[in-house]
Design a protein around this ligand. Structure first.
Ligand code: CP
Length: 305
C-alpha cells in the first residue's frame, strides 16, 4: 500500500489487516517510529475530528505535524494544490494528508508525488479513514463482518462517508442497505433501498449520515422535526432496533435532525467511540504507509511526471 486515497483498490485481506492493526493499537502502548518524519496536514475544508485525530495519531507515532492554514498560505496568492503539495514534499514532508472540496484530487496527487498521500475527504468522493474507523468500531462489537446487516441512512448522494463505507462493507461481505429521502438516493452505489422503519428492524449496524447542507445546490427548506419523523432515528424507532444493534454517525451530528438528541449518547450509540477509534485507525494507516508500505521501498513508487 503506497497511498490511502480510496477503498476501491483495497482487498478484503488488506482492509482486515488495517482493522486488526488499529484495534490492537487501541489496546497496546504505542511504539513511536524510530526515524524523524514530518506530516503535512493540508485541510482546505473545515474539520474538527479528522484533522485533530491525525495530529494526535502523528504525535503518538513521533511524527512532527507541519502546521498549515490554507487561508494564510500561498494558496491565497493562487498557488495550486499540486504546487503546494510539491512544496511540502521538497521541504521534507514524508506524508501528505489532504482534505479538499474537489473529488479525486487526492488520487491525482498520489499519482504525481513520491510520498504517501492520505485522503481525509475529497468533496463528495471518499473518506476512507472515516470508513476504517467505522469498521474498527463495528469489529469491536461483532468481531466479524460476513452477513452483518448494515444500513446507511440519510444524505447518501452527497456523502463521501457513505461511498467509502458502501465499498468497504461490501468487500468485507456485509449485507448493505441504504435508506433516505428519494432526492438523495445514489443509484451508482448499486445497493438496495429500504424504508427507515424497515431499517431499524433489520439492521445490526445503523449508520446515520449528516445532512450535507454545504453540498446541496438547491437549499431545501427542511423542517427539522418533520425530517426526524420521516427519515431520522426517533426514540420510538430506536426502541424497535434489535437488542444487539449499534448506532454509528461520523459526526458532526445535527442533533434533532438525523437523530433525536437524547440518543446521541444512548447505550447502543458508538458515536464517541468512533471518534476515539479514529486516532488508532489513522495511526494504523500512517504506520503501514511509512514503515511497511511504500515509503521504505521508495524505488517502487511511480516516477514523478
Ligand atoms: N467525521 C468527520 O470527517 O468530521 P470532521 O469534518 O470534523 O473532520
Amino acid at each position: 500500500m503506497n497511498h490511502f486515497v480510496t477503498m476501491k483498490d483495497k482487498t478484503e485481506a488488506e482492509i482486515l489487516q488495517l482493522i486488526r492493526k488499529a484495534n490492537e493499537m487501541t489496546k497496546q502502548g504505542i511504539q513511536p517510529l524510530n526515524k524523524q518524519y514530518f506530516a503535512a496536514n493540508l485541510f482546505f475544508e473545515p474539520s474538527t475530528r479528522t484533522k485533530m485525530s491525525f495530529v494526535v495519531a502523528e504525535r503518538k507515532l513521533g511524527i512532527e505535524p507541519l502546521d498549515f492554514v490554507s487561508d494564510f498560505s500561498s494558496v491565497i496568492k493562487g498557488e495550486s494544490i499540486y504546487d503546494t503539495a510539491r512544496t511540502f514534499e521538497s521541504i521534507g514532508a514524508n506524508l501528505i494528508v489532504l482534505r479538499h472540496q474537489e473529488e479525486n484530487i487526492a488520487k491525482q496527487l498520489a499519482e504525481s508525488l513520491s510520498i504517501p498521500v492520505i485522503n481525509a475527504g475529497d468533496g463528495t468522493g471518499e473518506h476512507p479513514t472515516q470508513s476504517l474507523l467505522d469498521l474498527v468500531t463495528i469489529y469491536q462489537d461483532f468481531q466479524q463482518f460476513k452477513g452483518l446487516k448494515v444500513v446507511i441512512a440519510g444524505d447518501i448522494k452527497h456523502s463521501r462517508v457513505a461511498r467509502s463505507n458502501a465499498i468497504a462493507l461490501s468487500t468485507l461481505g456485509c449485507e448493505v442497505y441504504l435508506t433516505g429521502m428519494e432526492a438523495w438516493h445514489d443509484e451508482t452505489l448499486g445497493l438496495p433501498y429500504i424504508t427507515m422503519d424497515e431499517a431499524v428492524e433489520c439492521a445490526d449496524v445503523l449508520m446515520l449520515l449528516r445532512i450535507q447542507h454545504e453540498r446541496h445546490q438547491n437549499q431545501m427548506a427542511l423542517q427539522q422535526a418533520s425530517y426526524l419523523e420521516q427519515y431520522g432515528l426517533t426514540i420510538e424507532r430506536e426502541r424497535r432496533m434489535k437488542e444487539h444493534a449499534i448506532i454509528l454517525h461520523p459526526a458532526p451530528v445535527n442533533r434533532g435532525v438525523e437523530i433525536d438528541s437524547s440518543l446521541v449518547e444512548c447505550a447502543r450509540s458508538r458515536i464517541f467511540k468512533q471518534m476515539e477509534n479514529g486516532v488508532a485507525a489513522r495511526m494504523a494507516v500512517i504506520e503501514t504507509l511509512l514503515n511497511k508500505g511504500g515509503y521504505s521501498n521508495e524505488k517502487s513508487f511511480k516516477k514523478r511526471k
